[in-house]
Design a protein around this ligand. Structure first.
Ligand SMILES: NC(=O)c1ccc[n+]([C@@H]2O[C@H](COP(=O)([O-])OP(=O)(O)OC[C@H]3O[C@@H](n4cnc5c(N)ncnc54)[C@H](OP(=O)(O)O)[C@@H]3O)[C@@H](O)[C@H]2O)c1
Length: 341
């Protein structure tokens, strides 16, 4: 076989094995892939857990091979560098073009002053080794000072800084994360650019119907984080709620020859929400993207909706006295892990 034929054969073989992921059109006319790989490796007493021995870089290389085109990160995750490195490697070897990859990153709370936003984007771009970010989200409506005391910056000023970064071409689309309905409404009403995306927690125990419906009615694409909810351990803890062997989910999974994580991801996709499953395991990378060849019926969708009990796993109640805290307050807020004392 000639070298060209071998290459053609290998390319076709690789292409046949990689999943093809559909896209949604955002309100700014750009396309966004319908599943994103999560890259948050957790949190310990030293802050965000860092990737060791290029683990995350290698996961991203594998993820591109199996068909992922969308990667979700944030400046606070400390994963931008390895994601950028993997993307550049894959572009250099000719597997993908930069335009075929979609990177979502997020502004951290201590950089909310308007003039700080472009600087924060440039810092992220330096870490990625790339010249633009596809989607840049305000991680929280909550502004903090360097020492993590509350700042008085209005998230609308921060939004103007995000608009500045978009004007400069450093970020292509801009959006919000962890905003409630009133806050989203205000940005839509008072901002110059409409948010393209809202990223919020979505899983069977937190279905957020009204916020999702409102965002989608405004043409804002919704991304759902922590899609597996109670199915998996969180912070090393088994929380109450449906598990991988839940009888309802297992029966649906069996019917379609799928796994329960695939059923939950498909339930999110059917709601036109972009799930963000995180895994560092090759077999699960393949499992979690293999969700575009079956459909749930109304009754199955409803059965999964019935797990809703408004359980939130990302609940920074230590910030609940901040004027822009987006969630309901609770009686016993947890101690602030960011406190510098
Ligand atoms: N905007 C925000 O404030 C925010 C907050 C939280 C998360 N996020 C984003 O959303 C992403 C996902 O959220 P998450 O990490 O909280 O939760 P998740 O994706 O719901 O769960 C991740 C856990 O599930 C395991 N897992 C993955 N696929 C599996 C499968 N098929 N079967 C069994 N177990 C599986 C993973 O283990 P292994 O890695 O060992 O496979 C990991 O322990 C994050 O990485 C981040 O990008 C955003």
């Amino acid at each position: 076989m000639a070298a060209f034929d071998i290459c053609l054969f290998l390319c076709l073989f690789t292409a046949a094995r990689a999943a093809t992921v559909p896209t949604y059109e955002m309100n700014d006319g750009r396309q966004i892939p319908a599943v994103a790989l999560g890259t948050y490796l957790g949190f310990d007493k030293n802050g965000a857990v860092k990737s060791q021995d290029n683990l995350l870089r290698d996961v991203i290389l594998q993820a591109i091979d199996v068909g992922y085109r969308h990667f979700d990160t944030a400046s606070i995750y400390s994963t931008e560098q390895e994601i950028g490195q993997a993307v550049r490697m894959k572009v250099e070897e000719g597997t993908v073009t930069r335009e075929e990859i979609f990177i979502t990153s997020k502004l951290w709370n201590t950089q909310h002053r308007r003039e700080e936003v472009v600087k924060a984007v440039r810092d992220s771009l330096t870490k990625f080794g790339l010249d633009y970010i596809d989607l840049y989200l305000m991680h929280w409506p909550i502004g903090l000072n360097e020492d993590y005391s509350y700042s008085d910056v209005d998230y609308l000023d921060t939004w103007r800084g995000m608009e500045d970064a978009q004007q400069l071409g450093l970020v292509r689309s801009i959006g919000l994360s962890n905003f409630n309905r009133k806050q989203l409404e205000r940005v839509i009403k008072e901002g110059s650019v409409k948010p393209a995306v809202l990223q919020i927690e979505i899983h069977p125990q937190l279905i957020q119907t009204s916020l999702v419906n409102y965002a989608q009615s405004q043409g804002v694409v919704v991304m759902g984080f922590s899609p597996f909810g109670s199915l998996v351990k969180r912070f090393g803890v088994d929380f109450p709620g449906p598990k991988l062997d839940d009888p309802t989910l297992s029966a649906i999974a069996k019917k379609y020859g799928k796994t329960t994580p695939q059923v939950v991801l498909r339930w999110i996709v059917e709601r036109n929400i972009i799930p963000i499953p995180k895994t560092v395991k090759y077999s699960r990378l393949k499992e979690n993207i293999n969700i575009f060849d079956f459909e749930l019926n109304e009754e199955e969708m409803q059965k999964i909706n019935e797990f809703d009990d408004e359980t939130r796993y990302t609940l920074p109640s230590f910030w609940q006295s901040h004027p822009y805290y987006p969630f309901d307050k609770i009686d016993n807020p947890v101690r602030n892990p960011f406190a510098r004392s």
